[in-house]
Design a protein around this ligand. Structure first.
Ligand code: NAP
Length: 457
């Protein structure tokens, strides 16, 4: 009876996960989807506590208190701009948990020597994938947090070495299945950890979204493997959902970057950082008043938000400018690049928070043909996603990535603090084009000044 109730709760929780993913499809229903997903997780966790094998609750309680406190502290403390690192870390923790569970099961069951090859395969996979996900995610989080350089770190023969680590891990896995021994699984953990580090080190700036989604997918696969180890159906279903949705996201991100996953992982695309330099060249600087004047005479304005909007938390100031422009009868749209910011959907989330209507958000493919008819393209803290080097400079790490073609607009105004490059570390030719004006300063302050001036016109 007890087991039937647990399994029935798992079934309801699984259904909640699937409904949650469906609801996450649209910003209007995403909040509800998130809530239902969390409810499913809570139900699953509570049902698991009723397992007959659990005889003492002290350690579980300690884990809940420590983990809960750490999670709450992170959620409250972390700034919105540091969210991508946190997501990368949480992917890694998922992988780490799978490895730990796998290792504990190895310690518990392998000495008895009664396990089937299939069970040994699943425990080996949960250790291998989990450990590679943990170490890879730590490197990714370090790169996103800029404690490790965002540029590709490529050792001589790097990709052959990665291939060798992968082969070594697979050989060990087969060996451990053929002659199960605790030491072999320990060695597998060590090699998988190195594999994760080797895999992520050469991934450079602009390609991080691809690798972070891939690690997310791996963390799901590791959890699913752990589900097989423990014969826990909820874990199998939840892990498979994360693995599959993460893989779909990886495909979307690869497509957005115009790269294959293979080339990101094994070919160090964008390994070179172009040497274009700002020396001896000048840009046209402008003022908030002049930008307000340009905007007030415009018929069509396209706002291009980027990571700098997130840094300066300028989304509410953007909404105020939108309202002021619409009041003056100017047509305003937003151009959203799929990898703008530091996580998928970053700009959509921020603009939704400021109540910018969703139908004003245009995707890259849809808005690019319109730029020649746009009077003013207002670039707010975006850099890589509008860098023409992606189309013109084969030595650039951005080469091949589709960009928002703001340079085709009649006038371009760029709001940023300096001429510093973006995440990929590449100079931006856009700033030196004859139709580009730079408004230096914090994006939020600049926007407030523009809106103020606009209302006074
Ligand atoms: P970006 O290339 O990182 O450039 C952001 C720009 O914002 C910087 O050049 C910076 O210039 C400016 N900025 C920073 N703080 C500012 C402030 N307070 N006020 C005004 N400007 C400010 O951004 P992006 O064009 O959005 O491109 C995103 C990049 O991140 C791509 O390379 C993408 O591949 C990568 N990435 C994306 C994801 C994802 O999932 N979306 C994940 C990981 C990496 P100043 O310092 O001069 O102000």
């Amino acid at each position: 009876m007890r087991d039937t109730l647990i399994q029935a709760t798992y079934l309801v929780a699984s259904a909640l996960f699937i409904i949650a993913i469906k609801l996450l499809n649209s910003p209007r229903t995403a909040r509800l989807g998130n809530g239902l997903g969390a409810l499913g997780m809570l139900m699953g966790a509570i049902a698991t506590l009723f397992y007959q094998e659990i005889v003492r609750y002290e350690w579980i309680l300690l884990g809940v208190v420590l983990g809960g406190a750490l999670g709450a502290w992170m959620a409250l403390r972390v700034r919105m701009t540091a969210m991508p690192q946190m997501v990368a870390l949480l992917n890694g923790f998922g992988g780490g948990a799978s490895t730990l569970v796998g290792l504990v099961e190895v310690l518990r069951r392998v000495p008895q020597g009664e396990d089937s090859p299939v069970w040994l395969l699943t425990v080996g996979l949960s250790i291998l994938i989990g450990a590679a996900t943990l170490s890879g995610s730590l490197i990714a989080a370090g790169k996103l947090h800029e404690v490790i350089t965002g540029r590709p770190i490529v050792l001589p023969g790097h990709h052959y070495q990665t291939g060798l680590w992968l082969v070594a891990a697979l050989v060990l896995l087969v060996w451990a299945i053929a002659t199960p021994a605790q030491g072999l699984f320990g060695l597998l953990t060590a090699i998988a950890t190195i594999l994760g580090v080797w895999m992520v080190l050469p991934v450079g700036g602009a390609d991080m979204p691809v690798i972070v989604s891939f690690l997310n997918s791996l963390s799901g696969l590791a959890a699913a493997a752990t589900g097989f180890v423990l014969q826990n159906y909820l874990l199998i279903i939840a892990g498979t959902l994360v693995g599959a949705s993460g893989f779909i996201l990886t495909t979307i991100m690869s497509k957005a970057m115009n790269r294959s996953l293979w080339s990101v992982l094994f070919e160090a695309v964008g390994g070179q950082v172009s040497a274009a330099s700002a020396e001896g060249r000048t840009v046209r600087q402008t003022s908030a008043e002049d930008v307000a004047l340009m905007l007030s005479y415009a018929r069509s304005v396209v706002i291009v938000p980027g990571y700098g909007m997130a840094v300066s938390q300028a989304q509410h100031a953007v909404k105020k400018l939108l309202d002021a422009l619409q009041k003056k009868g100017v047509e305003v749209r937003f151009a959203i690049h799929p990898v703008a910011g530091r996580m998928p959907g970053h700009m959509n989330v921020l603009l939704a928070e400021a109540d910018v209507p969703y139908d004003l958000l245009w995707e890259m493919e849809r808005i690019n043909p319109d730029f020649p008819q746009v009077d003013v393209a207002l670039v707010i803290g975006a850099n890589d996603v509008v860098n023409p080097a992606a189309k013109t400079d084969p030595s650039s790490p951005l080469y091949g990535m589709p960009i928002l073609e703001v340079d085709k607009a009649r006038t371009v105004v760029v709001l940023k603090r300096s001429l510093n490059p973006g995440f990929a570390g590449v100079e931006n030719e856009l700033f030196y084009k004859p139709n580009t004006y730079m408004l230096f300063g914090d994006a939020k302050k600049s926007l407030e000044a523009i809106t103020q001036a606009l209302m006074e016109i």
